[in-house]
Design a protein around this ligand. Structure first.
Ligand code: NAP
Length: 206
């Protein structure tokens, strides 16, 4: 009797241990695809006019952006090492950004000019998981609107870097399309980039 009883306790302990292990595994496998929690830095970086427009149309090469912003963009994205962009943005740039891994999202996979380093397709969390598995820890999401919107709505962005140029563009493409909830940001840094008043702001997403 006593032996059976002890066996029962042993079985109960084992079952409890297995349950805890399953809960831990499930929790951490969910965290693995969450940029904020699993130590993957996901920086969204954009230049806008004063009402948040990123382009006049999909062929706009954002030449209205200041040289100081372009320099800063290069510094931030080069320090990250990885740029993720939509196929239309890649086509407007016309070539790979040197010194960075150029990841282009495309469902069709058709490119007019140079081919990017990696072409991926899928939800932002799948894209990040795939890059994390390749060893990347820090990525910059560089647009355009479709990509910015998907990454914000997927709740994987950790940092937002915005340069506001002192300019009002004709109606065109806003930085985001439909955003599904309110996001609160924490100010990290503000920089005046030049004499004309280009302002660079770095926020963390709370
Ligand atoms: N001011 C700025 O900071 C800034 C930054 C970036 C871009 N821009 C401007 O924004 C404009 C382009 O923006 P956009 O919104 O029209 O296009 P986009 O976001 O650059 O690219 C859209 C394309 O990306 C692909 N795509 C989107 N979601 C995908 C997913 N989940 N998986 C796989 N592929 C996916 C599709 O390519 P396929 O059609 O090949 O399937 C889609 O047509 C350009 O004028 C550009 O200059 C401005």
């Amino acid at each position: 009797m006593e032996k059976q009883y002890k066996g029962g306790i042993f079985l109960k302990d084992t079952a409890f241990f297995i349950l805890c292990a399953i809960i831990t595994l499930v929790t951490f496998s969910n965290l693995e695809i969450s940029g904020q929690v699993f130590m993957l830095r996901v920086r969204l970086i954009a230049v806008t006019d004063i009402r948040g427009m990123i382009a006049i149309d999909e062929n706009d090469r954002t030449e209205w952006g200041s040289p100081e912003d372009k320099k800063l963009f290069k510094e931030i994205t080069t320090s990250s090492g990885v740029v993720i962009m939509g196929r239309r943005t890649f086509e407007t740039i016309g070539k790979k950004l040197p010194g960075r891994l150029n990841v282009v999202l495309s469902r069709a996979g058709q490119f007019k000019n140079e081919k990017p380093d990696i072409v991926l397709s899928g939800e932002p969390r799948e894209i990040l998981k795939s890059l994390k598995e390749r060893g990347y820890q820090d990525v910059c999401v560089i647009g355009g609107q479709e990509i910015f919107t998907q990454f914000i709505n997927a709740e994987v962005v950790t940092d937002v870097y915005i340069t506001i140029e002192p300019i009002i563009l004709p109606s065109g493409i806003n930085i985001f399309d439909k955003i599904e909830r309110i996001y609160s940001l924490k100010l990290e840094k503000v920089q005046l980039l030049n004499d004309i008043g280009s302002i660079h702001i770095h926020y963390k997403i709370k």
